[in-house]
Design a protein around this ligand. Structure first.
Ligand code: FES
Length: 96
């Protein structure tokens, strides 16, 4: 079962989930982690942006929407929580 570690306000919140293929936003929401979503998960605001600290390869391909919003497909260090899909363990810091 993949483990997602969210870092928010300097605190680490570990979640084990079998929601492989779900967005980080959905997993955060389902587990009581507050992630800002000004656009409601439509990929047009960046308030759900996360900095990936571990597990870049476990968050799926970067989407066209993420690239349009300025995420770098070369480094994959910033992702939109509403767009990237969980495939395995990762650790991400919420930007907001
Ligand atoms: S919630 Fe707006 S870009 Fe993800």
């Amino acid at each position: 079962m993949p483990k997602v570690t969210f870092i928010k306000d300097g605190k680490e919140i570990e979640i084990e989930t079998d929601d492989v293929g779900e967005s980080l936003l959905q997993i955060a929401t389902d587990n009581g982690v507050q992630m800002d979503t000004a656009c409601g998960g439509n990929g047009i605001c960046t308030t759900c942006m996360v900095q990936v600290q571990e597990g870049r390869d476990n968050l799926g391909e970067m989407t066209e929407r993420e690239e349009i919003m300025g995420m770098d497909p070369e480094t994959m260090d910033l992702r939109l929580g509403c767009q990237c899909k969980l495939n395995g363990d990762c650790k991400v810091e919420l930007a907001y």
